[in-house]
Structure formats: C-alpha cells, structure tokens
Design a protein around this ligand. Structure first.
Ligand code: GTP
Ligand code: MG
Length: 197
C-alpha cells in the first residue's frame, strides 16, 4: 500500500468521544517509549504523531485518516512507572475502554521493544486481548539496535514464551523507524485485511 494522504483528524479523551465513522481502524499500543509514535510517522512518511524522549508523551486517543480509507490510531503507552497511580489508572481505563468497546477496531498492533525479554505487562495485556477476542498482531520495534543474529534469537525466545500460553504465535513484524525497516510488511498487512472487509 502506498500512503498518498495522511491527516490528523482529532484527539479524544475517552472512547465515547472518538469519531463517529465506519472506517476500519488500526491502532498502535504498547509500553510507553516503545516507539509507537515513531512507527506511525514512518508508516505515514511524515511527522504526524508526536515523538519525545519523555515517556508518556501521548496522552489521548489520536485519530488519523489514511488515504480517506482507514483510520490509524495512536494510543497512550501503558505501564510507565514514573507517572502517579491516578494517572496510570486513567490511562489504563482509556486503553481498555477503547480496546474493548471500539467496534471499528479491526486490528490492534501491540508494540514490543525487540531488545527486551518478554515483559509481564505485555504478556498479560495480550492474554486479555485473547480472552476478549480482540484481533491483534505484534510489532517488534527498534530492530536497528540489534544485529541480525540477535534479532533472530530474540524473536525465537519471544515465540517460545508466547507458546507457553498460546497455541500459535500471533502474526508478528520486525521494524525499525530509525532505519525504515518493516514498513512495507505492516502496510501490506493492513491492505490485505482492508481488501477482505
Ligand atoms: P509514548 O507516547 O511516550 O508512550 O512513547 P511512544 O511509544 O510513542 O515512543 P516514541 O515514538 O515517542 O519514541 C520513544 C523514543 O524511542 C524516542 O526517543 C525515539 O526517537 C526512540 N525510537 C523510536 N523508534 C525507534 C527506532 O526504531 N530505533 C531507535 N533507535 N530509536 C527509536
Ligand atoms: Mg507516543
């Protein structure tokens, strides 16, 4: 898929405020600082999502319209330790409400930093998605930080860990926003799903 048009539509502070539209929606989620906004900018070819060195930058549900055909959604990160408990709870509600209630949500991309060991918070989050029947895929981010052999070892270990709970490994993608890796694969996957709707 070639993105010819990407526009910011709106930010919402809760799922009820999200746009009233039938367009299929693809959302990006993961721990704070994992690279969600950077990945979105790579996919769209320009800086439409805010990137920052400060975790917790994205605090609202941000909708973008792509090619007048589908919505891309940037979500706040979960599990950032340094924000207060009340802020954390607020984000948690925002995220779970969106994920469980947003009927237009077609696929949720769960972003995972490829350098890290499988994290409990990601495992639990994906477990919840499975139980609730929310379709999702995994996107490994920051692949430029590892050598090819390390990428292979890390994805293998991650797969083994997932298979302790899951019958099969969900579809996954290896990406780097810094080096523009994985863009065609992710966009191709979205296109494939859109063509089946
Ligand atoms: P929050 O909105 O705070 O939850 O963060 P986020 O998940 O949107 O992450 P963001 O895209 O803002 O990136 C966080 C930091 O990681 C920034 O300093 C980015 O420059 C860096 N980063 C993101 N993607 C990559 C990547 O592919 N490679 C490298 N080396 N750094 C990256
Ligand atoms: Mg962000």
């Amino acid at each position: 898929m070639i993105i010819t048009k990407s526009e910011f539509l709106m930010s919402s502070s809760d799922v009820k405020g999200c746009p009233n539209s039938d367009l299929p929606e693809y959302a990006f989620i993961g721990r704070s600082n994992v690279g969600k906004s950077s990945l979105i900018n790579m996919l769209c070819q320009h800086n439409i999502a805010k990137v920052s060195g400060t975790p917790g930058k994205t605090q609202l549900i941000n909708h973008f319209v792509i090619n007048n055909e589908w919505h891309l959604v940037d979500l706040p990160g979960y599990g950032y330790a340094k924000v207060s408990k009340s802020i954390k709870d607020k984000f948690q509600h925002l995220i779970t409400d969106y994920v469980l209630m947003r009927e237009q949500l077609t696929c949720l991309f769960v972003l995972v930093d490829i350098r890290h060991e499988p994290q409990k918070i990601d495992m639990e989050f994906m477990q919840m998605l499975g139980e609730e029947g929310v379709p999702f895929s995994i996107i490994f981010t920051k692949a430029d930080k590892l050598k090819p052999a390390e990428i292979e070892a890390h994805t293998k270990r991650y797969t083994e860990k997932m298979l302790e709970e899951w019958e099969e490994m969900p579809r996954y993608f290896i990406t780097s926003s810094a080096k523009e890796i994985g863009k065609e694969e992710v966009l191709g996957y979205i296109e494939e799903i859109n063509s089946q709707l």
